[in-house]
Design a protein around this ligand. Structure first.
Ligand SMILES: [Zn+2]
Length: 194
């Protein structure tokens, strides 16, 4: 698996059912395996008039987080178009566009322009964290009612790799929430505005 690919594309399909997160070892695309060819899981990303046809690997939460943290994904197009919203002066002062008025464009050229998109990496990681918490919450709900837990096989693996669940029986498969999982839910509860 190459770490040299710098401009990765993120798949657009949500992860559902028995599909899993996959990485194309040729072009670096990351997404649901539902977007790959059905028979041999080859990459269908457009390359010119053809598809990439690269082989793909199933990846886990650890690899996904590593890629997100390395900033290897293409930024969404809307962020690329954004203009500076403020300017940072050498003495540490920050003036917004409105405060600078007519000279804002010149200020941006001679000082350091600031962009709203500089918060983007957090915004990209957050949906994943929210999804993890919602799956963990669903696990807790179902388990406390003695129902089958319907979060999908893949999510059992993700939550287990994150140390939030512990597989206590192999066949039939059976999981328990770890102390870390209970703590994560507690923190999420405390952070949820009432
Ligand atoms: Zn590919």
């Amino acid at each position: 698996m190459s770490n040299q690919i710098k401009h990765r594309k993120l798949g657009t399909e949500p992860l559902v059912g028995l599909y899993y997160v996959s990485e194309c070892i040729k072009c670096g695309w990351i997404g649901s395996s539902g977007e790959l060819t059905e028979d041999d899981a080859q990459c269908l990303q457009a390359v010119g008039d053809d598809h990439c046809w690269g082989d793909t690997d199933e990846i886990g939460a650890d690899r996904l987080l590593e890629l997100m943290q390395s900033g290897a994904f293409d930024k969404p197009a809307t962020l690329l178009k954004s203009e500076p919203v403020a300017v940072l002066y050498a003495d540490g002062a920050v003036l917004t566009k409105a405060e600078c008025g007519n000279c804002f464009e010149i200020c941006c050229k001679v000082e350091t322009p600031l962009y709203a998109e500089q918060h983007a990496p957090v915004a990209v990681v957050l949906p994943f964290a929210e999804k993890v918490i919602s799956k963990l919450r669903r696990f807790e709900e179902c388990a406390s009612d003695n129902q089958d837990v319907d979060i999908g096989r893949h999510w059992f693996d993700v939550l287990t790799q994150l140390g939030l669940l512990n597989r206590v029986q192999r066949s039939p498969a059976y999981w328990e929430m770890t102390q870390q999982g209970e703590d994560a839910l507690e923190v999420a509860r405390l952070n949820t505005p009432k």
